[in-house]
Design a protein around this ligand. Structure first.
Ligand SMILES: [Zn+2]
Length: 368
């Protein structure tokens, strides 16, 4: 087994300015570092280096996405607006998506990084890959940046797989704690992409990602939302993966599985109230590796999205990388000893009810 890892120092230079939490500074918001900062990603990459795991990966290089590649998803007007604001020193892609000078260049490099990792997996240069890109992408819509996202990195990687790399069908599993609204928006009427999102129920964007939203027209049944109650932990996520995500992948039989890998369902995340720990993330990765091995020769590409606990994200990310690499020895996560034995980490009855609602949509997933 071989695993690719993609990072570019310029991802850390993406400038979200000052703010507090997810708000930019201004009015009564006293400036400090914006919540979407380089720290979580850089520390994830650094922990891979310190633990020796980085040396076990094939390091992949990023490239900027070309205009014609970005235009597979985004409108020409939107692309031009981002370029113009970037050249003028920065702006906001639309809603809570601030960027500084060179914001366009870094966002195009993030989209291109997601594509480069997908190329490496589709061409079998590696078995699977993790693209640690920034800014994230799964909230970006065709003509609107949202929620820190400028270009739809994961959706663009899916379109690239289909239009340039020979994939007929792509599955996207979005385990970021927020709804993958941009991905849903891109493929809602497209039956060639199965878009699954697990998220904290009605967190961001609000009124988005309902279990009853399952696609339309040609895409009927190919959108699956699994909104989970706040407080869901390893037990709920494992059940959702075993009962909804893996069966949907087996039914759809994609040529590649992409993961919108936000690590913000973590126990320590400041922007959500889920309670997943590093063994929980490892278990989700293992279930996807097994499903991908069964249906698409193991082709699995993880594309980084959110995750805002600079302390906890690196350990959650390392646990995922250990599964991708198939290593036997495990890096000791110091958080695990503190978290293990906490109450409500196993599947709770109200979480089971939420998963049952999503399970009921499985029969509508297009079958191959
Ligand atoms: Zn998120």
């Amino acid at each position: 087994m071989s695993t690719g890892f993609l990072w570019d120092e310029r991802y850390a230079w993406h400038d979200t300015g000052t703010g507090a939490g997810f708000m930019s500074a201004g009015g009564l918001v006293e400036p400090e570092m914006h919540g979407e900062s380089p720290a979580t990603k850089r520390r994830f990459r650094n922990l891979l280096e310190v633990t020796g795991l980085l040396d076990r990966c094939l390091q992949l290089g990023a490239r900027p996405a070309r205009d014609e590649e970005l235009l597979r998803l985004h409108t020409p007007e939107y692309l031009q607006r981002i370029k113009d604001m970037s050249a003028a020193g920065g702006g906001d892609g639309g809603e809570l998506a601030p960027f500084g000078a060179n914001g366009y260049e870094v966002a195009a490099l993030a989209a291109g990084g997601a594509m480069a990792a997908t190329e490496a997996v589709m061409r079998r240069e590696v078995d699977n890959a993790y693209a640690l890109v920034r800014p994230p992408g799964h909230h970006a819509e065709r003509d609107l940046g949202r929620g820190f996202c400028i270009f739809g990195n994961t959706a663009l990687a899916a379109l690239h797989a289909r239009e340039a790399l020979g994939a007929e069908r792509v599955a996207i599993v979005d385990w970021d704690v927020h709804h993958g609204n941009g991905t849903e928006h891109a493929f809602y009427e497209d039956g060639s992409v199965l878009a699954i999102s697990l998220h904290q129920d009605n967190l961001y964007p609000v009124d988005s990602g309902r279990v009853t939203d399952t696609g339309e027209g040609e895409g009927a049944g190919a959108t699956l939302n699994v909104p989970l109650p706040p407080g869901s932990s390893n037990g709920a996520y494992e059940a959702a993966f075993e009962r909804v995500v893996a069966p949907a992948i087996r039914r759809f039989r994609p040529d590649v599985v992409l993961v919108a890998s936000g690590l913000d369902a973590s126990m320590c995340d400041p922007f959500a109230v889920m309670a997943v720990t590093s063994p929980g993330f490892a278990r989700m990765a293992r279930i996807l590796l097994d499903a991908a091995a069964e249906v698409c020769d193991g082709r699995l590409v993880l594309i980084h999205e959110g995750g805002y606990s600079s302390a906890h994200v690196p350990f959650c990310g390392v646990a995922v990388m250990e599964e991708l690499l198939g290593t036997e020895e495990r890096v000791e996560d110091p958080f695990t000893a503190v978290f293990s034995g906490m109450a409500y980490m196993d599947l709770q009855p109200h979480q089971d009810v939420a998963i049952q609602r999503a399970e009921a949509n499985l029969a509508g997933v297009p079958e191959r």
